[in-house]
Design a binder for this molecule. Structure first.
Ligand code: HEM
Length: 309
């Protein structure tokens, strides 16, 4: 079944509108206190455990899936199951058969959840009548896949990038909310983690940068190149948390621009605004070059981020 990402208007417009309200800035701001509690709890648990700890497992992976649980209306008791399946769904270089099995398992679970029609997005969509059950399940899986590993990689890789640039980290740690928000934009630009670039087919002849693209030809839009264009971002190879970077295209551009970006921003602002303040001595437990970078994965990141404090 097609997801939003494979649809064109007007079909795309119809389905996307059913979710627009859930991801509006005002709505997502209401989730901030709950996200802050989740981040604080995950940090408490990490601090109570042994050192070094893996920040991917302790914070980066669980946070986005717990937030999506809240959003979709997954009951508290099912969170451990949901987190396991979300982890298996993650599109790494891993075993595709395992991802398919996880997707089927999740579909079965979502069916049960739709019966209960809770108060999250799923309950509302199930009660709304505009979407069929299979369509709602597909949408839920898209939200999970699109919102989980992306945000997780930004948390871990963003932290690695800041730890590798201690003056920048110190500025964020001592900075105000506006500087933390700016840091989120700069790290989104600098890291450009979505390596599955936007693929499009030209519907009519058009010209981009003096190059004629004929109707029917395919285009791969490489966001990381745009995000390092010196005309848009002077000295683009430097991580500068004070730079104005909000015009980056890390969330894409046009009708398919990331639906969840307000939520991703709040999650990252809470993490970057909390982690380094609560653990001012946070440090990598292995040299940066020994980190296991996901060179061939859909979303760029690190498999583990061993940290100490
Ligand atoms: C830092 C984290 C994130 C990054 C870097 C990111 C990046 C992107 C990008 C680049 C696209 C556009 C793909 C294209 O043009 O083909 C996209 C689309 C999308 N994202 Fe995100 N995303 C993030 C977090 C989230 C979150 C938290 C959610 C929801 C829970 C989400 C839901 C979606 C959905 C549903 C689409 C498809 C929109 C459409 O086709 O209309 N994303 N994302």
């Amino acid at each position: 079944m097609k997801t939003l990402m494979q649809m064109d208007p007007p079909e795309h417009t119809f389905y996307r509108r059913l979710l627009t309200a859930d991801f509006m800035v005002r709505k997502v701001e209401g989730l901030r206190p709950g996200i802050q509690r989740l981040v604080d709890d995950l940090i408490d648990t990490m601090l109570a455990g042994p050192r070094p700890a893996d920040l991917v497992e302790a914070l980066a992976l669980p946070l986005p899936s717990l937030v999506i649980c809240e959003l979709l209306g997954v009951p508290y008791g099912d969170r451990a199951f949901f987190q396991r399946v979300a982890g298996e769904l993650v599109m790494d270089e891993g075993d595709p058969a395992r991802a398919v099995a996880a997707s089927e398992e999740l579909d079965g679970y979502l069916d049960g959840l739709l019966e209960e029609a809770g108060d999250g997005i799923l309950g509302r969509l199930a009660g709304g009548g505009a979407m069929t059950r299979p369509e709602i399940r597909t949408m839920a899986q898209l939200l999970l896949v699109a919102g989980h590993d992306t945000t997780a990689n930004m948390i871990a890789l963003g932290t690695a990038a800041l730890l590798a640039n201690p003056d920048q980290l110190a500025a964020v740690r001592d900075g105000d909310a506006a500087l933390v928000a700016n840091t989120v934009e700069e790290l989104l630009r600098y890291l450009s983690i979505t390596h599955t670039e936007a693929r499009r087919v030209a519907l009519e002849d058009l010209e981009v940068g003096g190059q004629l693209i004929r109707a029917g030809e395919g285009i791969v839009v490489v966001k990381s190149v745009a995000n390092r264009d010196p005309a848009a971002f002077p000295g683009p190879g430097t991580l500068d948390v004070r730079r104005k970077a909000r015009h980056h295209v890390a969330f894409g551009y046009g009708v398919h621009q990331c639906l969840g970006q307000p939520l991703a921003r709040v999650e990252l602002q809470v993490v970057y605004g909390t982690l380094y303040r609560r653990i001012p001595t946070l440090a990598l437990a292995v040299p940066l070059e020994r980190l296991d970078f996901k060179d061939h994965a859909v979303f760029y990141g690190v498999r583990e981020l061993p940290v100490t404090w």
